[in-house]
Design a protein around this ligand. Structure first.
Ligand SMILES: [Zn+2]
Length: 301
């Protein structure tokens, strides 16, 4: 009896705590997300992507249902669902997470609760269930975790489309997937490729520069000249854009490696101008150089 009362009290305080947390988080985020519009873009065939706040959401739509690639932030779920409803009245059936970050998985809890099956590489489930490192992210609840995970690849045959999601070497994180819509010749590269800035190598969550170069090489080999590339962030791109991004990373990596072999500190790398010729296009290199330095210095390059 006592046990029961105690556990009920425990339960009540948990509920109160989570409601409080939810409200304060929602209140805080209302300011940030109220003005965000979800803008659909046609890619090719039945493939679309949604632009909003956070990672680009890839969509395959058709009479068999909707497949989503990534889901941005929880506060945007309602708007995202409305935007999908404008394109298709069919059920949202599958959601593939390209990687762990909150701007790509923040809606997982909502979509999981709606009964959408979430898929991802094995380590995405592991890291989300433990809480991401290098930040303050709490572990995701069970309903928000990928249900179907793979170490190598999974193929969904839906809407007359072969949707091939496959694991790549540890690049942006150690759970990155690319998604290839084979029939429509569209590749979603998650955050391994972005057009809005230098790459982010999330070393705390297993990202590596070597894996980034290898993963981009995989994309370059897989893509043809007319393949449409959806980046994690930014507008539709081509194989040439990915090649240019890869070449830039290779050049900067060689420059930083040389400085590390001369025992230069990170501050010295910052002031050495290793990204000067690329900053017009890709902006502020601080986060990239920090990750790169951390990765190269620790691997003894
Ligand atoms: Zn990311």
């Amino acid at each position: 009896m006592n046990q029961n009362v105690l556990s009920q009290l425990g339960f009540i305080s948990l509920v109160v705590f989570s409601v409080f947390q939810f409200e304060s988080a929602a209140g805080q985020q209302q300011r940030n997300f109220d003005d965000i519009e979800i803008v659909p873009h046609r890619v090719a065939g039945n493939i679309y992507y949604l632009e909003g706040s956070g990672g680009n959401i890839g969509l395959s739509i058709g009479e068999d249902g909707v497949i989503m690639i990534d889901d941005q932030f929880a506060q945007l779920t309602e708007k995202i669902v409305s935007a999908i409803r404008e394109l298709s009245g069919q059920e949202i059936r599958f959601l593939i997470n390209t990687h762990i970050h909150g701007d790509h998985t923040g809606g997982n809890e909502n979509f999981g609760a709606m009964g959408v099956m979430i898929l991802a590489q094995d380590r995405v489930r592991l890291r989300l269930s433990e809480g991401l490192r290098g930040g303050q992210a709490a572990p995701y609840p069970e309903v928000a975790l990928p249900v179907l995970t793979y170490s190598d690849a999974v193929t969904l045959n839906i809407n007359g489309e072969e949707v091939h999601a496959f694991s790549v070497p540890p690049a942006h994180t150690d759970g990155d997937s690319f998604v290839h819509f084979r029939t429509s010749d569209v590749l979603h590269l998650g955050d391994v490729f972005r057009t809005t800035g230098f790459p982010f190598i999330d070393v705390s969550n297993g990202g590596t520069v070597q894996g980034t170069l290898e993963a981009l090489e995989i994309a370059i080999r897989l893509a043809g000249p007319s393949t449409t590339i959806i980046p994690g962030h930014g507008g539709l791109s081509t194989r040439d854009d990915v090649t240019e991004f890869r070449d830039m990373i290779l050049t900067v990596t060689e420059r930083v490696s040389r400085l590390i072999s001369q025992n230069r500190t990170l501050d010295q790398v910052f002031s050495a101008g290793v990204t000067a010729d690329f900053e017009n296009k890709w902006g502020n290199p601080e986060r990239f150089l920090t990750g790169l330095y951390q990765d190269l210095a620790s691997s003894g390059n």
